[in-house]
Design a protein around this ligand. Structure first.
Ligand code: NAD
Length: 549
């Protein structure tokens, strides 16, 4: 660089640019731009490419001592330079996904207040009632198209984390961007901080949320009603994803609002599609039929019921009556087997209550039900004990075991346990990733049974088609599309979900299937293009610096 900076260059503009993550390029600002934008002297002299910057970020990620440190380092990159952050995530999905998403995001939420670095998203509290519109309007970036909202009441399998749960909407939206190709400016994470019943948080000196008991009953409903109205007014046509609401509210909110705006609950519907896709793929390996399976769910909450209802819909589509279809699904909750004689069942579990003697012990339940498929969605770590898995393998040659609970610390069993206690006969998938396991001289690569394969594509398909509502048939289509993305190579390794690096291609396939359904069902307001896949691919955001002016 030979010429001196123009005295007319406004240094304030330069500094502002470097602090705006949406436009900042750090060391990738060219020499010409540095002069034109008043940045000369504010950056080290080297001019780098995005690829060089990504290499430095990954070098630093790998130097961090713990997964949480890596997570926090990446969050700092996100706050500084959005393009660099998403390019890094996309180019190193397999390595970064467990850091920005499950399992590390669980710890990041638990330590959210202690490790707080910089704000991102909107925080709305019970005290803001009557002013939610104003606060939504305060969001500075135009063009919001997807909102992920939580009230922090059921964060992964970790329970009520109050305002610390904000890590989840942020993490989910990161996947919308990196995998679903939704532009970062279109994404808004929202925390509805309506208090917390986690008394340890009230006593935590670092806690950043409201130290009040959770809002209940009519007050809760009124605040949510105001929030939904405000969202529709301030961001008309937005897609709203309900995330990690406790099941006391999750089903009710979905039921109440799915006819009013474009919204879904990922824990119920996304998990349903993800689970059904895993079943379809496992059947390609075992050679069975869906109607030939008895599925035992350990857990009878949002995730288990989401999958059970999706399996029911799939069996009805195959010609079974709804009653016959439900007989293939057996549920266990914290009180034991869900049976007709129980008087404590809510309306969502009741249709799956079969006539059977009450049982509590899971191994005894497995012996009685004799399932081919055992799905854990309980948040109860280690629930699939040696006795449970040996009993499962005793009557089934190739059982499917899915330990869906997140994060890893809540998984019902590890990959190694699933293979060891079934003499290597189980097909296994888990919500959080497990490394490949050497068992009986064979390397087994467990698949990650995670909604990450569903929601980014669902969101992309809804936005691309301009869908006004989200139907169950769209999730059914998403499940089939995901199953179709499992390659022969995946199957050769007995992996029933695609490998993480293919998440973006999977999202495109899921988006296409969802958008086609939206058009078929008359729920889309965008014109249907001749080549749907190409049109959607064209819409996808790719993190790169725009050519400089
Ligand atoms: P939830 O609170 O709605 O349901 C939990 C259920 O587990 C309840 O029915 C409860 O009675 C039951 N339960 C608790 N302890 C049990 C025990 N010892 N034995 C049997 N049942 C027991 O929660 P949810 O939304 O259904 O989520 C459950 C878990 O699934 C969480 O850990 C969550 O992270 C995980 N999940 C994973 C994915 C994924 O993509 N892999 C998706 C959704 C949920």
């Amino acid at each position: 660089m030979s010429s001196a900076p123009s005295p007319a260059s406004p240094p304030a503009a330069g500094t502002r640019l470097l602090h705006d993550a949406a436009v900042n390029r750090d060391t990738a600002f060219s020499a010409r731009s540095r002069l034109a934008l008043g940045l000369h002297g504010l950056l080290p002299p080297a001019v780098e490419t995005l690829e060089q910057q990504v290499a430095r970020v990954m070098d630093n990620v790998r130097r961090q001592a713990t997964p949480l440190d890596r997570h926090l380092y990446l969050r700092a990159v996100h706050a500084r330079n959005e393009t660099l952050y998403y390019r890094t995530v996309l180019d190193h999905l397999e390595e970064t996904l467990p850091l920005i998403y499950t399992p590390t995001v669980g710890q990041a939420c638990q330590e959210f207040s202690r490790c707080f670095q910089s704000p991102h998203g909107l925080y709305l509290t019970a005290e803001d009632r009557g002013h939610l519109r104003e606060l939504l309007r305060r969001w500075p970036r135009p063009g919001v198209r997807v909102i992920v909202v939580t009230d922090g009441s059921r964060i992964l399998g970790l329970g009520d984390l109050g305002a610390n749960g904000m890590g989840i909407p942020i993490g989910k939206l990161d996947l919308y961007v990196a995998c679903g190709g939704i532009p970062p400016a279109a994404c808004l994470p929202i925390m509805l901080d309506l208090g917390t019943d986690n008394t340890a948080l009230h006593a935590d000196p670092f806690y950043l949320g409201r130290r009040q008991p959770r809002l209940q009953g009519a007050h809760y409903d009124a605040l949510l009603a105001e929030f939904i109205d405000a969202v529709q007014e301030v961001f008309p046509g937005v897609l709203l994803q309900f995330e990690d609401f406790s099941n006391e509210h999750a089903f009710a909110l979905l039921g109440r609002y799915r006819g009013q705006l474009c919204c879904f609950n990922d824990d119920i519907q996304g998990t349903g599609a993800m689970g059904l896709a895993g079943l379809y793929t496992a059947l390609r390996l075992t050679g069975g039929t869906l109607a030939g399976q008895r599925i035992l769910f350990a857990g009878a909450g949002e995730a288990a019921l989401g999958i059970a209802n999706m399996v029911t819909a799939a069996l009805v589509a195959e010609g079974l009556s709804e009653r016959e279809a439900r007989e293939h699904c057996w549920l266990v909750d914290s009180q034991g087997l869900v049976v007709a004689a129980r008087t404590d069942l809510n309306a969502h579990k009741r249709p799956f209550a079969h006539t059977h003697a009450p049982l509590q012990d899971l191994a005894a339940i497995v012996a009685a039900v004799r399932p081919q498929v055992l799905i854990g969605a309980s948040g109860a770590a280690g629930l699939f004990s040696e006795a449970v898995l040996r009993e499962l393998a005793r009557h089934c040659a190739r059982p499917l075991v899915m330990a869906l609970s997140n994060p890893t610390s809540r998984a019902e069993c590890t990959a190694e346990q699933a293979y060891t206690w079934t003499e290597g006969r189980a097909l296994f998938a888990s919500g959080s990733p497990f490394a490949a396991v050497q068992h009986a001289g064979r390397l087994r690569a467990p698949g990650q049974a995670n909604n990450a394969f569903i929601f980014p594509g669902v969101g992309l398909g809804l936005l691309a088609s301009g869908a006004t509502r989200v139907s169950d048939a769209m999730f059914f289509a998403a499940a089939r599309a995901l199953a179709g993305q499992v390659s022969a190579e995946d199957l050769a390794q007995e992996r029933i979900y695609p490998a993480a690096p293919r998440l973006r291609q999977v999202a495109l396939a899921v988006a296409q299937a969802v958008a086609e359904r939206a058009w078929d069902e008359g729920l889309a307001h965008q014109p249907r293009p001749a080549d749907v896949a190409a049109a959607i691919a064209h819409l996808m955001y790719t993190p790169r610096y725009a050519p400089e002016a």
